[in-house]
Design a protein around this ligand. Sequence first.
Ligand SMILES: [Zn+2]
Length: 339
Amino acid sequence: MQDLKQFPVGPLSAGPLTAAPGSVVRGQMDLVELADGTPVRFPLVLVNGTKPGPRLYLGAAIHGDEVNGIAILAQSIAAIDPAMLAGSIVCVPVQHPLAFYADHRFPVSQFMKSPLDQAPIDAWTVFPGDVRGNLAQIVAGKLFSLIRECSCAIDLHTPTRGGRYVPIAIVPSMSMGASAERALWLAEQCATGFIVRGDRGMYVSRGISCVEATAAGVPAFTFEIGEGGRLEQAVTDEGARCIANALIGLGMLEGKRKLPPVSHVMRDFLGLRASRGGLLRTEVELGAVVAKDQVLATIVDIFGDTVETIRAPEAGVFVRSTTLSNVSTGERAATLGLL
Ligand SMILES: [Zn+2]
């Protein structure tokens, strides 16, 4: 095991909750107050083991339409007997309740009210946050107060509606040093089958939840799986397999990790956008290795004529498909992971 921070056996306190050794405690933590005085709270689950070990943070649905992560964490935690656990788990299954109510990446209020007061809008990108800032910053700040007390963290996502990912671990840039290397190690323990370790782009930018956690000495990665707004038991099972693997790899549970049939480590993403509008026909299976110039998708206009053929500019892995039935110019039609 990597030299992650270890905790002795004892009461686990996080937010307003405390869990005795060998127990699971479900509760809530204050987030904000709405205009009518209604409190909005995060759900919070603590699982405290009976042996020393690391403290793992698990979070999902910081984007409100990413429901698979919620189901994955529920299934993963239900399978744990705290009497058999080494270390502990701090879990926030819905990291942005207001966005979850809206079933959208962002809470509707951030579009409806003064735009001047609503930037930044995406809590995922404004870590470590600011509890005296706007809503997105408060969400990030309160979550970070939990994350920074843990040994390591996994942040579950799906693409937004119309996108579908293979189970893929996206780690911070290795230029961040030992903490990023531990995040990569943790991603390897999950054995999702797909890892991206890149140096550029959104996922490795400062402000992203897992990047700031890693910078603060809490190795963390983003775990994308499934499709936005769509709950699927097969995806839940696959995600739960990966979380169980992490717990075994961390030494928190006994057992043997269940490995995927193949495993790809990639250096970057390459998003391919439509230049024409029409119906999108995806021609390859998600997760497939593709050759340079292989056809990934075709765009057929509403009269039935093929107006664009999207090919792989280089060899790679087809890691993210577009499940929308139609695309306009500029929309992403396929995404490769580059080997
Ligand atoms: Zn997301």
